[in-house]
Design a protein around this ligand. Structure first.
Ligand SMILES: Nc1ncnc2c1ncn2[C@@H]1O[C@H](COP(=O)(O)OP(=O)(O)OP(=O)(O)O)[C@@H](O)[C@H]1O
Ligand SMILES: [Mg+2]
Length: 383
């Protein structure tokens, strides 16, 4: 019997930790198969990376190769070119010797150094000659297409935290170059994703920007309540504990179905459950997570101005007319222009979002903490 807690958070959800997300998975794989570029956007920790990894794993074959890299700390064009060429060559070369050969043949003039770490899990890295690339980056940008055409395969390139491209020096010129090269690719499909919604939207939805209409825009939603219920019940049962579908639903609802937190609360509840889960197990786990994070929440809140905090209170109390005179007076938000500015500032800080259905706090535990600890609003207990 596996004694490890059957939930995962802070790491990618794979195998049994992955709820089915069947529709999203099918959709993404369909795009991959048909060569449609995809732009995937969702707030932090809703499961983009897990989904893309699942899709690439499932679609991978002799004829379809996938490669991924993460731009979370990519700060320059040079680093980007290095990551891209390395990922592409690694994904399309079976052996180290093939990697070296491909690199030398196709982009040899850019490579003063190939570093091999000499153990079994060969770690290979390329250092590129930046001066040469600057003169003519097309070879690097078209590398995947060239390899794919030559080997008669398809390549899917997935790039995480792609919005960082907006922070590069000469960002727009750089994006122009990428777009010009990539849109001619016939054997390569791109999946570009990231969590900074506003930055992603700037890159992909502004008509004046090079990546405008580059691909199919996909907004990843949270995982649905019925899926969570089934998932949590099953993971308990798999590990010889029991939880009713209702209580499994309570776990997901307390976290507003937020993927990361739902897994975390399920995990903490599982640890407290002796045999059969009861409501108390869940509530005590929920309280404990909120307490663990209270210092962080206090810091976030200290960083806000009084009117920002007032605005959050209005959102928490479900006021939808945030620029109406009544709400502005009740929550002391100043003027309606001011309320609009606060809304934007809190969105830029990724504290609130609206996703087209009314404002809400992105972090459900922060919302709970504000409600119960900071504003001390009475909270009905789940039955
Ligand atoms: N399909 C899924 N089934 C179950 N849990 C999931 C699923 N996808 C994500 N999660 C949960 O959410 C957490 C965050 O997932 P992931 O890292 O994929 O999100 P992300 O959107 O890429 O986050 P970030 O913005 O931080 O990069 C995972 O550790 C896991 O707990
Ligand atoms: Mg991620």
């Amino acid at each position: 019997m596996d004694k490890r807690a059957p939930f995962v958070f802070g790491k990618l959800a794979t195998e049994t930790e992955f709820t089915n997300r069947t529709q999203e998975l099918d959709y993404l794989m369909q795009n991959f198969r048909s060569g449609i570029n995809t732009i995937l956007i969702s707030p932090r920790r809703w499961g983009k990376s897990s989904l893309v990894q699942k899709a690439t794993e499932k679609i991978q074959s002799r004829k379809i190769r996938t490669c991924s890299f993460d731009m979370f700390n990519t700060r320059s064009q040079e680093e980007f070119y290095e990551q891209l060429s390395q990922a592409v060559i690694a994904a399309t070369s079976g052996k180290v010797s093939e990697f070296v050969e491909t690199a030398r043949e196709l982009i040899g003039k850019f490579i003063p150094k190939i570093n091999l770490a000499g153990d079994q899990n060969q770690e290979i890295s390329l250092s590129l000659d930046w001066e040469e690339i600057r003169k003519d980056p097309a070879d690097i940008l078209n590398l995947a297409e060239k390899i794919a055409a030559r080997k008669n395969i398809k390549i899917i390139i997935c790039i995480d935290e792609f919005q960082n491209i907006g922070n590069f020096e000469h960002a727009v010129d750089f994006q122009k170059k990428l777009r010009a090269a990539w849109q001619r690719h016939k054997h390569v499909t791109y999946c570009l994703y990231g969590s900074k919604r506003h930055m992603m939207m700037d890159v992909f939805t502004k008509p004046s920007m090079p990546f405008y209409k580059f691909g199919d825009l996909m907004f990843l939603e949270k995982i649905k309540l019925p899926d969570w219920k089934k998932f949590i019940v099953k993971r308990f049962a798999d590990t010889q504990k029991k939880i009713t579908p209702e209580l499994a639903g309570t776990i997901a609802e307390l976290c507003e179905c937020h993927p990361y937190y739902t897994q975390q609360l399920a995990q903490q509840t599982w640890l407290r459950t002796k045999g059969i889960c009861n409501l108390q197990n869940i509530l005590s786990a929920h309280e404990s997570i909120s307490q663990q994070l209270s210092l962080l929440f206090q810091m976030i809140t200290d960083d806000l101005t009084t009117t920002h905090v007032n605005f959050l209170k209005a959102v928490i109390e479900n006021q939808q007319q945030l620029t109406s005179k009544k709400t502005i007076d009740q929550y002391r938000l100043g003027t309606s222009a001011n309320a609009i500015r606060i809304r934007k500032a809190l969105m830029d800080k990724e504290i609130i979002d609206d996703m087209g259905r009314g404002l809400f706090l992105l972090d459900p535990i922060y919302a709970y903490w504000l409600k119960t600890v900071y504003f001390r609003i009475h909270q009905p207990q789940p039955m």
